[in-house]
Design a protein around this ligand. Structure first.
Ligand code: GDP
Length: 356
């Protein structure tokens, strides 16, 4: 998963690490500076050995001098103060690589700027630089992914029936996700019902019915073309009368003749007051994910995200920055076509995978 982004990050880490060359030449001013320092040190040593109580032998004196100069030269060869100029090209390459991997521009800029802050002006040893770069990337990515999350299984127990409305464009994996969430809730001892709120697509109603049949979950529907707000209202009423825990409602994913998608979703929410609105996003749409997040969030307010097709999405960046775009948590990744192919979003796991 996310192999492309992982590869790009690795290439950048290698490039940045090479900012310090193993055999970097010592500039002449540095050598002069060192000689001055050693002279000062020699004077100090002379002062000490002249005192009678310090009976330091000639050999020890020599050793002390040697250690001083060797240590200093070693330091100058392997340690380097990093300047903005050293990093200009490699940081630009990193920014381009991140954007190529679908990372949102503002997120890419944050990653690069954090990295710059942790390197410029610092005296860094060759063998330490890779760790500093990795630590900085880890911290930035964790910051980006650090959006107040919620535990779906716990949240749905706070009310009965608990209504979840699923939003998202056609083909994003909404129906499949509803079925997976139903499967997960059922396995956790919670009763659910599906509401066929995408009443403008006969195929969507049929698809939900098919999942319902396989999973043993009832589907509340009305005839093709009926008002989605009314279908969901019915499902909630049904759930109340049957002591059902959760209503999982599908919605339309595109505009229909004379009916605006946004108006329809607003009506669904106004009439039914969902307890949670989950936006389902197809990772393969890449950068378009950000516009989708903003569009649905502006229309009705999104509480959380589920990103599908993460199993076939190599670039990775959209999954990394979708939550950050609207400051709403990603709860799960869809990682295949089976009911159990739902993976809980775990920021530490993502970072470890990307930087390992
Ligand atoms: P909807 O139009 O939003 O309801 O989308 P569907 O649920 O019908 O999904 C569209 C297609 O994406 C179907 O062929 C699904 O099997 C497929 N799909 C959904 N989620 C995933 C996933 O996580 N991974 C993969 N590989 N395919 C998925």
């Amino acid at each position: 998963m996310f192999g492309f982004l992982k590869k790009k990050l690795k290439e950048s880490i290698d490039k940045i690490s090479n900012v310090i060359k193993p055999k970097e030449e010592i500039p002449i001013e540095k050598v002069e500076e060192l000689i001055e320092e050693v002279k000062e040190e020699e004077k100090e040593i002379e002062k000490i050995v002249k005192k009678p109580k310090h009976k330091i032998k000639e050999k020890v004196k020599e050793e002390l001098k040697k250690v001083g100069i060797i240590e200093k030269i070693k330091k100058a060869v392997v340690e380097k103060k990093i300047s903005e100029d050293d990093l200009k090209d490699v940081l630009w390459d990193l920014q381009i690589s991140l954007i190529e991997s679908d990372v949102a521009v503002e997120v890419a800029e944050k990653i690069v700027s954090d990295l710059k802050d942790s390197l410029i002006g610092k005296s860094v040893k060759k063998k330490e630089i890779e760790k500093i770069v990795k630590d900085s990337l880890e911290k930035s990515i964790l910051d980006i992914l650090d959006v107040d999350s919620l535990d779906l299984l716990e949240r749905v127990k706070t009310k009965k029936p608990f209504l979840i409305v699923f939003l998202g464009f056609n083909g994003s994996g909404k129906t499949t996700t509803i079925a997976r969430i139903g499967y997960m809730l059922k396995n956790n001892g919670l009763k659910c019902v599906f509401a066929a709120g995408d009443s403008w697509r006969a195929a969507a109603i049929e698809q939900l019915e098919e999942h319902g049949k396989k999973l043993g979950i009832e589907v509340i529907k009305q005839k093709y073309g009926s008002d989605p707000a009314a279908v969901i209202f019915d499902a909630v009423k049904h759930a109340k009368s049957k002591d059902i825990n959760v209503v999982l409602a599908d919605t339309a994913g595109r505009s229909h003749a004379n009916i605006n998608l946004v108006d329809e979703l607003k009506k669904v929410c106004r009439v039914n007051k969902p307890d949670l609105k989950i936006l389902v996003l197809d990772a393969l749409t890449g950068n378009d994910i950000y516009d989708q997040c903003k569009m649905f969030n502006n229309a009705v307010g999104v509480d959380a995200l589920i990103i599908t097709k993460a199993d076939v999405y190599d670039k990775g960046g959209a999954a990394l920055s979708a939550s950050h775009t609207i400051n709403k948590p990603t709860l799960y990744f869809g990682v295949g076509q089976k009911y159990e192919d739902l993976e809980k979003f775990d920021s530490k796991k993502i970072v470890n995978n990307l930087l390992s």
